[in-house]
Each structure stands twice: as C-alpha cells, then as structure tokens.
Ligand binder design. Structure first.
Ligand SMILES: [Zn+2]
Length: 458
C-alpha cells in the first residue's frame, strides 16, 4: 500500500502546482539554477567567511575592524568590479577591559563568581569594585513599583526568552528592550547599575552582549548581562537571601570617536546603469566570538552575489551595488552616512536587500513595498523556489537599508531563524557554527533575486 502513496503524492503536487500561474521564463529559470549549482560547487562565500573570521571580532574602532575593511576592499578589487570605494564615517570606540562579578551572600555563606559580559557602550567602574544589593524585576512596571527602594541597588532584569513564540525575532524583540533601555529606566530611580538576563534562546552558561543606551539627563550606570543559567541561579539565591549583594568591577570605557568606512563596490548595469540594486550587510560585529553569523554571513552573502555575477559572466541590465556598512551594532553611523550620500547623489535605488539574520537555510524575503510591486515579486516565486525561497511577504528589511528613502522595494533576507539567537552577540558566534551548504544557498537566493530585478526591473 505504502508504495502507491509516493506516485499519488507526486501526481497531486504536479497538478496543484501546474494550476498556479507559472511564469514562462526558461532563461531566468536556467540562470537561477546555474547560480545555485555554482554556489554549491565553489563555496566562495564559505571560504571568504573563513578568512574574515580569522581576523576575529570587528567592533567599530578596533584594529580588527580596520583589518576587516582592508580585507573586504581587497576582495572587491580582486573581482575587477566597475568601481570600488570607501565611504568614511565617524564611529564610537568602546573597549571592554576587565570584567568581574561576585555574588555575595553572607547569610548563606555563599560567594560565587558570575560570568558576565559588559553591555556595549557601558561605563566602567573606574578601577573600583561596586558593591550593592540586588532587586529582581520582570518588567518596567515592577521597576516602577519599587520606585525609590531602587536607589543605590543593582536592578536585575530577569526576563526569560519568549520560548513559546515560533518567530525567534519576535521573541528577541520582547526581551531586548530591557538590555537597551534598562539602564535609563533604572537610573531614574538612582540605581547603581543593571544586570540583564541574556536575550538568547540558548540555555547555558554563556552571556550575550549587545548595545545599551543612556539618557544625557540621567546618571550613566554600568550594565552587564549574565547567562540564562546564572540568571536562574541568582534569582534562586535572591529568594533565599534578599539582602544578597553583587560586587562588580568593569574596565570598559568609551574612547574618542574614530573614523571607519562603508566599503562599496559595483557592477554597472548595461541598459539602465542609473537604476541601482543594493545588496548589503554590516561588517562590524560585537567583540565576543567572531561575528560569523552576525554579520559575517551577510558580508559574504553580499560579496558572493558580485562574485557569482562575475564568475557566470552575467551582465546585469541594472547596476548591482554591494555596500558593507560600518557600525550597525552600536550606532548605525555607516547606514546614516550612506543614506545621506544617496540623498545628495543622482543614483536611483530601485531595490535594497539586506542580509543580517545569519547564514542559515533560506526561507524567504521580507519586503517593504507597494501592493503592485509585491504582486509582481510574488509572481516570481516559482523561479525563486529553485533557490529554496518559499515566499516573499510584507515585512521589515534591515537596520541598514531601512534608512534609505524612496526605494521601490526594501528587502530583508530571511533564513531559518531557530538557532540564530543561540549564537547572536556571544562567544558562540564562530565560524564552525556556519554550515557551508546553508550559507551558500543564502548567497544563491539573494543573487537570484538580484538577477530577476536586474533583468525585469521593478
Ligand atoms: Zn547584525
């Protein structure tokens, strides 16, 4: 009986799909297939990601960041593009330094080192050890209820990752506000500092960093993250000893701003060179791990698109421009500089595609556009399905390209997101976590979309 199921399924699937309006475009179909097989054969993005990760993490202002910029520019130059240039911008320069935290419970005679990571941009403790009691809260409303009791204490934002949500980016969105704005809210009540449960889907002992913000009108207090395991441990001990203290020593500081660069390279269009299709990612990363998925993957996706066009000798009708943005993680200065440049130049961007969700298996593209363009794009679905793209849906693009104005369609590449926040902003984000086939399929998916836009316009 089982034997018959497969042919029957094949029959029904064929019938169903033949009823969807297929675009009769065998040339495009051929090119997309070639893009996919070339990606999988050459592993160019994967090899380049290995080189980039070898440089190490690339926080804005760091020596590694300078090395990465030189590396990327050299890669673009090696492809003999029509032009390659650097676009300067000022970036913050924050350094981490020593970081230690000790849980102190005299009542329980318990003294335990907590594994911490300073939040990006945090002030340090200026060589001192900051010792204070800890108040645990689950949200900003609870913080408000404590009010003045918070004065001179650490606020511990113990907000678990929203594991029940299928969309991990939505889950991240729920938790991340405590990391970003926690210090501002706590400083309103005179807190000594903030300790944040890492915003991650991985339950282990590794903390995850990320940007935090201050308000000019309020005192700047240090902010650190602890792992999910340590967060549960700290919470358990607070319930046994509510006078428990934490001692914190942080060597991080903000140095004067330095100059960084967007790295830009393009293949000029043969028929409509004034119409630009941007493909981009950010080249900076946090200073832990290697920034392999965030956003090394996006960098080599974008470079890989150019490489595929060159290798397959595809002459695009419209201009394809790769922009590797500076400083997405703690300031988006690169995106701002590029958006300003676009506003003052003649180039008309018809599409901008950002890859900043890791190097996992492709799923689809989010797009911000009008309904007519969306309809047109969705008609390309059968062509893109050869590159493993299941859908094109309305949705946000990315932190860098969303700064651009008057672009017909802003895209965000969406790979599978289930493991992204296991790694994101932590020591886990290393090259060995990237799978070559998954990464290459991402490059192929983006290159296929770029090809169709370059051919057909929007
Ligand atoms: Zn990123």
């Amino acid at each position: 009986m089982k034997k018959f199921i497969f042919p029957v399924l094949v029959f029904f699937t064929t019938v169903l799909f033949s009823q969807t309006p297929l675009i009769n475009d065998s040339k495009s179909e051929e090119v997309v297939k070639k893009i996919v097989s070339t990606s999988l054969e050459n592993w160019t993005s994967y090899k380049w990601l290995g080189e980039l990760c070898k440089i190490g993490p690339r926080l804005s202002g760091s020596d590694n960041s300078v090395k990465a910029i030189k590396w990327a520019k050299a890669k673009m130059e090696s492809m003999e593009l029509d032009s390659v240039w650097l676009q300067p911008c000022k970036v913050p320069h924050w350094i981490r330094g020593e970081e230690r935290a000790l849980l102190i419970s005299d009542k329980l005679n318990l003294y335990k080192e907590l594994k911490i990571t300073a939040l990006g941009g945090s002030v340090g403790t200026e060589g001192e050890k900051l010792i204070a009691q800890v108040i645990e809260v689950r949200n900003f409303d609870e913080l408000k209820k404590y009010g003045d009791k918070i004065k001179d204490k650490f606020v511990f934002y113990n907000v678990p990752f929203a594991d029940t949500l299928i969309n991990t980016f939505a889950a991240y969105g729920r938790g991340v506000r405590y990391r970003v704005y926690g210090a501002i809210e706590a400083a309103k009540y005179g807190a000594a500092g903030v300790i944040v449960r890492s915003v991650t889907s991985k339950y282990d002992s590794i903390p995850h960093t990320g940007v935090m913000l201050y308000a000019d009108s309020l005192r700047k207090i240090p902010g650190v993250a602890i792992s999910q395991q340590d967060a549960d441990f700290l919470s358990d001990i607070i319930h046994l000893d509510n006078s428990l203290q934490v001692g914190l020593k942080l060597g991080c500081k903000n140095l004067p701003e330095s100059t960084s660069y967007n790295i830009i390279g393009e293949i000029r269009g043969s028929e409509h060179p004034e119409e630009i299709i941007l493909v981009g990612a950010h080249h900076d990363s946090w200073d832990v791990g290697q920034g392999a998925h965030d956003d090394g993957a996006g960098v080599v996706h974008s470079l890989g698109v150019l490489s595929l066009f060159k290798k397959l000798n595809i002459k695009p009708k419209r201009t394809i421009r790769c922009v590797l943005f500076a400083n997405e993680e703690n300031g988006s200065r690169g995106a701002k500089a590029y958006a300003e440049f676009v506003q003052n130049s003649n180039g008309k961007h018809i599409a901008a595609i950002e890859s900043d969700r890791g190097g996992f298996t492709p799923r689809g593209f989010h797009v911000t556009t009008d309904s007519l363009t969306l309809k047109k794009l969705q008609e390309w679905s059968p062509l893109l399905s050869s590159a493993l793209i299941d859908w094109i849906r309305p949705g946000g693009s990315g932190a860098d390209v969303s700064k651009l104005k008057n672009v017909k369609a802003l895209f965000g590449f969406v790979p599978d997101g289930q493991r992204y926040f296991d790694l994101h902003h932590s020591a886990h984000d290393t090259f060995d976590k990237v799978h070559p086939r998954e990464l290459e399929l991402g490059t192929a998916a983006i290159a296929s979309l770029v090809y169709l836009i370059a051919e057909k316009g929007l």
